[in-house]
Design a protein around this ligand. Structure first.
Ligand code: ZN
Length: 201
């Protein structure tokens, strides 16, 4: 067994960094060493930013988004189109759509997908508040922006049933050929989905 080469504080830092997605033990050691070398310029501001964010973070009671204020920045932004509600599985999906500036609508974050095998049912997700929100009126279209996975599509079907007769049009993202994609490289499922959801030219 190799003897530790660093003291407890640094070892603890490396262990915590290694828990971040995309960082294994090796890259965690490199990140820790980088922080140590940039102690004043990076390590101390990062420590303060982490503490500040941890203290400020809250879940929006309207949409389920995570922000440093509640209601969140998007829910209180008057420039947003309140008639379009985009339903996403997770905050990461909301961020992806915002990066792409794909919609000017507002969001509803489910916090996961239905997955009976993992014991995740409707009560575990931010679903009841979605139905209440849509039934309250003022929403013309609900866009189901779920992942193109079995669980994502099962969840989309469930939501469609729950929103039946609520007065809003329910749509979903198109499935098919990615921008810049070549047909020869697509898997059978994607090609079949693209053929099914073809649109007028
Ligand atoms: Zn919100």
């Amino acid at each position: 067994m190799a003897q530790p080469v660093v003291g407890g504080e640094i070892e603890r830092l490396i262990q915590l960094l290694a828990k971040l997605p995309g960082l294994g033990p090796r890259s965690a050691r490199r990140a820790a060493l980088h922080l140590i070398k940039k102690r004043e310029a990076l390590m101390q501001p990062l420590g303060k930013a982490l503490a500040d964010a941890a203290a400020a973070v809250s879940v929006c009671t309207i949409c389920g988004n995570v922000d440093s204020k509640n209601p969140c920045t998007i829910c209180v932004d008057p420039r947003r189109d309140a008639s379009i509600l985009v339903v996403v599985e997770d905050v990461g999906d909301l961020w992806a759509l915002e990066r792409a500036a794909a919609t000017r609508g507002r969001y509803h974050v489910l916090g996961g997908v239905l997955s009976p095998l993992d014991g995740i049912g409707p009560g575990d997700l931010n679903l009841a508040s979605l139905v209440v929100r849509v039934r309250a009126g003022g929403i013309a279209e609900v866009v189901l922006a779920m992942n193109a996975t079995v669980e994502g599509q099962t969840t989309a079907h469930y939501i469609t049933d729950q929103l039946a007769g609520c007065g809003a049009k329910v749509t979903r993202l198109a499935h098919g050929v990615p921008v810049g994609g070549e047909l020869d490289y697509l898997d059978d499922g994607t090609l079949t989905a693209a053929m099914k959801s073809r649109t007028p030219f």
